[in-house]
Design a binder for this molecule. Structure first.
Ligand SMILES: [Mg+2]
Length: 267
């Protein structure tokens, strides 16, 4: 059972947890306001590395939620943090959007989107500006050199209003077919995003809960970070998926409205 009185940091997945597409769930505004009113912190956690945080701030504003940059933890931020910490002197080719390249440069990484002989690492993100030229460049570099190779997140598809489009994981799989190389992956289900969030806020895993609608990404990353976990059935995961899953969350809820009810009982 979730020790709700101990939780100080709430890490929310967004789509399927707080809203579905363009529809905000009825409890979301009050849930976020209640967490703040109780002196606790929430952050939005996303694997998507194609847009900067600004894109999400606009989306949430459209849905009626005021958010600022510090409220987000993204796979791009976690990747920049990881690279600065472990590989600060590498010269990276970024297989990603202009927005991702700018974010990495602003974080202090040495990055380019032009293939040259000085490149010592490749970072792949969700590249909605992908061209065959880039695939050719990356295939050549991966085939001819032993480079550091990182991907911001493993998702193979990204949902759209009509279905799905290929995401970072699918492009990396295509490159694997060509080069035999697979990247080290940073986003969910790896624990780096929750770990970075906990460090920013200054709380322990036992004071943190990850709330999400996907068992194999949201919940798995919470489990790997040793945080508390809540699976909500308001998004992708069905009860049958939950029953079949090998690794299960600490708590399940029909939706995060049940979390709001728990918090209200505290005050
Ligand atoms: Mg989700």
């Amino acid at each position: 059972m979730l020790p709700i009185e101990r939780i100080r940091l709430f890490l929310f997945d967004m789509d399927g947890t707080l809203y579905l597409g363009e529809r905000l769930y009825s409890f979301t505004k009050e849930l976020l306001a209640t967490i703040r009113a109780q002196g606790k912190t929430y952050m939005f956690m996303t694997n998507n590395s194609s847009k900067s945080v600004d894109g999400y701030i606009e989306k949430l504003a459209r849905l009626g939620i005021a958010a600022e940059e510090g409220d987000f933890i993204t796979s791009a931020q976690a990747t920049a943090d990881y690279l600065l910490r472990h590989h600060p002197r590498e010269h990276f080719y970024v297989l990603g959007t202009r927005s991702l390249l700018t974010q990495f440069a602003e974080a202090g990484l040495d990055v380019t989107d032009v293939a040259d002989d000085r490149i010592t690492g490749i970072v792949a993100g969700y590249d909605t500006e992908l061209t065959y030229r880039k695939l050719d460049d990356v295939s050549r570099m991966l085939s001819t050199k032993d480079l550091l190779y990182i991907a911001t997140h493993p998702d193979t598809v990204c949902p759209t209003e009509y279905g799905f489009v290929p995401d970072c994981g699918a492009v990396c799989e295509m490159l694997y077919q060509a080069t035999g190389k697979r990247p080290l992956v940073i986003g969910k289900p790896e624990p780096l995003m929750p770990q970075l969030a906990m460090q920013r806020v200054g709380v322990s895993p036992d004071e943190t809960v990850v709330v999400g609608d996907r068992i194999y990404t949201d919940i798995e990353c919470g489990l790997r970070a040793d945080a508390h976990t809540i699976l909500v059935f308001s998004g992708e995961t069905t009860h049958a998926d939950y029953e079949a899953a090998a690794r299960k969350p600490e708590t399940t809820m029909e939706d995060a409205g049940e979390l709001l009810a728990m918090l209200k009982q505290l005050s």
